[in-house]
Ligand binder design. Structure first.
Ligand SMILES: [Zn+2]
Ligand SMILES: [Zn+2]
Length: 109
C-alpha cells in the first residue's frame, strides 16, 4: 500500500501541517490508526512543558534564612551567635576566636 502526504490541521494552533507518507508508514508499523492531532512544533512544545512540570525541583523555601543561636564563646567568653545549636560538649567560638582556632587543626579520628 502506498502512502501519500496528508495535510492535517493542528488542534492546538490551527495551523496546517503535513503528515508525510513516511510518517504514516511509521504509524502503521507501530500499529497506530489515529492521525496526529497536533503539528510537530506543538507536540514538541507539549513534550517540553510536560518535562518541565514533572522534572525534579530542588528549590527550597527560605534557604537563605538560618536561625542563629546565641552562645558564649569558649575562647574569650563573649556573647556570640552561631548558625547551629550549641551543645555542652562542644566548644563554641566567636568569629575572631574561630579564626584563631582555625589556624591549628584539631586532630580527630
Ligand atoms: Zn500546532
Ligand atoms: Zn571569642
Amino acid at each position: 500500500m502506498a502512502y501519500s502526504d496528508l495535510t492535517l490541521h493542528c488542534s492546538d494552533c490551527g495551523d496546517s501541517f503535513t503528515f508525510t507518507a513516511g510518517e504514516q508508514e511509521f504509524h502503521a508499523q507501530k500499529g497506530f490508526s489515529n492521525r496526529p492531532g497536533r503539528c510537530p512544533s506543538c507536540r514538541a512544545a507539549r513534550k517540553k512543558n510536560a518535562g518541565d512540570q514533572s522534572g525534579p525541583r530542588h528549590d527550597r523555601q527560605g534557604g537563605g534564612q538560618r536561625s542563629m543561636h546565641s552562645a558564649v564563646c569558649s575562647g574569650c567568653g563573649q556573647q556570640t551567635e552561631v548558625p547551629f545549636q550549641p551543645t555542652q560538649d562542644r566548644p563554641v567560638y566567636c568569629r575572631s576566636c574561630f579564626a584563631t582556632q582555625g589556624g591549628k587543626r584539631t586532630m580527630r579520628r
